[in-house]
Design a protein around this ligand. Structure first.
Ligand code: 4G0
Length: 246
């Protein structure tokens, strides 16, 4: 079983968001467990402040080291050897590859910062990994932690149904997904591609791979450098590119 521990000022945000749909079921069935630790419960002042003014001046507030450190110590017996991930715009970019790496870990701890960030000394003391979802700023690390927990959980055996997990194979080849269709066969005059109604599974698989290649070339040509293609698929791509020029 994989357990996620989240150090946060908004535990209900973490628990509620991850209680829905597939991840809610995964928790009920014991495939994953999510625990949220409220950093505010570890303050030592009457006003329950968790932040203070930055040394050296400047705008905004900084989260203090002590409540975060004590919150972390409260779960230490259960998280020995676990990675402690700080969600920050300064972190290593999150990708499917990183999700696959994290899915191999037994337990994971997430630290969600707020305000202008967290006192550097507690980062030095407890954080093992810094991860970023991309080059943008959120009001807190919670949405980033939730996103990573979702991406990692669906890779944990048992969380997805058999059919869902097969759908992953086409991302693992480094290509975008092929287009999907369901009933009715005509919508607003737009027909489902004939081949999908043919029942010819080998031709359908070939067509889908080609659609994935075309889509990737159109929308994310950068991904093609890393994509795993057979010689025939490479030739198909080169042919398609030539057709685009004319
Ligand atoms: C630490 C992650 C945490 C520092 C967190 C902000 C975006 C991401 C936070 C800051 C976050 C991301 C220095 C603004 C909380 N925003 N891209 N906000 N600074 O993954």
């Amino acid at each position: 079983m994989k357990q996620f521990f989240v150090l946060t000022l908004f535990p209900e945000m973490i628990l509620q968001t991850l209680s829905h749909s597939i991840l809610g079921r995964a928790q009920k069935e014991g495939h994953i467990q999510v625990s949220a630790i409220n950093i505010r419960n570890f303050t030592k002042n009457k006003q329950k402040h968790v932040d203070d003014y930055p040394y050296g001046g400047g705008a905004g507030m900084v989260m203090q080291a002590q409540p975060i450190y004590d919150a972390y110590q409260s779960i230490a017996p259960q998280t020995k050897g676990a990675k402690v991930i700080y969600l920050t715009p300064q972190g290593r970019p999150f990708t499917q590859r990183v999700a696959e790496e994290l899915a191999q870990e037994e337990n994971l701890v997430f630290l969600c910062g707020h305000y202008e960030g967290v006192d550097e000394r507690v980062i030095e003391e407890i954080v093992t990994d810094e991860i970023s979802l991309g080059d943008f700023v959120l009001t807190g690390g919670e949405l980033a932690a939730i996103t990573i927990i979702d991406a990692v959980s669906r890779l944990v055996p048992g969380v997805l149904g058999k059919e869902d997990s097969f759908a992953d194979e086409s991302f693992s080849d480094g290509l975008l997904e092929y287009p999907q269709y369901t009933r009715p066969p005509v919508f607003h005059g737009r027909e489902v591609p004939e081949i999908l109604l043919s029942g010819h599974h080998a031709n359908i698989a070939k067509w889908r791979k080609e659609q994935s290649i075309i889509r990737t070339a159109k929308k994310r040509p950068d991904l093609l450098e890393q994509a795993v293609l057979t010689e025939k698929e490479r030739l198909f791509l080169e042919q398609w590119k030539k057709e685009q020029e004319s």
